[in-house]
Unconditional design. Structure first.
Length: 237
């Protein structure tokens, strides 16, 4: 059974409308098993958590983890814009992401890898950068369309399956065509990645609509159907 999870939620720490408490409370009310907070890290694209405020943001979520301990699993994440012009730290984040003391970040989401419309880093360059991060890292609202065009199917399957990256399946409709999501359009690719052991997660990219927190059912069912492995978070403290 795949846990009812949503790893992609923005709050008023960046460009979301709700507080982390409100997002987590909503996830509890909707009987989710795992809820992740994943605000934007410093980017000129949108309001975001400044790099020097990252410890405060993490501490805030740590307190909520304790508060909700017996009700739901809370995990702390951050979303990184992979365009170096907007996100100046993307190539040199390893020191900022290093855990120490009460600073512990459960995962990192990265957006726009290989996406020419958003000037994201190439997959090859990003994998080299990612390997310096001692973190669980996933590709946010993954749309393989451009990577398929530039790399071709075999190279893409090889690169992703040999990398230490999870794939986020999203209910966010930005990449839908005629109402069909990228993961439905490219089902054979996702199926192959699942068979090769690539891990997956579900995220809704919640910003303003609190109901998005629980908008995960189709995505969970899809991953069940694929027989996919899910990214997991060990208790480390
Ligand atoms: Zn997002």
């Amino acid at each position: 059974m795949i846990p009812k999870m949503n790893l992609h939620n923005h709050t008023n720490f960046s460009d979301g409308a709700w507080s982390p408490f409100e997002i987590i409370q909503k996830a509890c009310d909707e009987n989710l098993d795992i809820i992740g907070i994943s605000d934007h890290l410093q980017t000129t694209k949108t309001p975001s958590v400044k790099i020097e405020d990252l410890p405060n943001y993490i501490e805030h979520i740590e307190n909520l983890k304790a508060q909700f301990k017996n009700k739901i699993k809370v995990v702390s994440g951050i979303e990184i814009d992979s365009c170096p012009d907007r996100s100046p730290f993307v190539r040199d984040l390893s020191s900022f992401l290093h855990d120490s003391g009460s600073f512990y970040l459960d995962y990192v989401l990265v957006e726009y890898i290989g996406d020419p419309l958003w000037d994201g880093l190439s997959l090859d360059e990003f994998i080299k950068i990612r390997n310096k991060w001692d973190k669980t890292v996933g590709l946010a609202h993954w749309n393989p369309e451009y990577l398929l065009e530039t790399l071709g199917l075999e190279k893409l399957v090889k690169s992703i399956s040999e990398s230490d990256l999870f794939i986020e399946i999203t209910s966010f409709s930005r990449y839908n065509r005629n109402g069909i999501s990228p993961f439905e359009r490219e089902r054979p690719l996702f199926k192959r990645l699942a068979e090769l052991g690539v891990k997956f997660a579900v995220g809704s990219d919640t910003h303003d609509d609190l109901d998005d927190v629980a908008r995960i059912t189709n995505e969970i069912n899809y991953l069940e159907d694929l027989g996919a492995n899910i990214v997991s978070f060990d208790d480390k403290k």
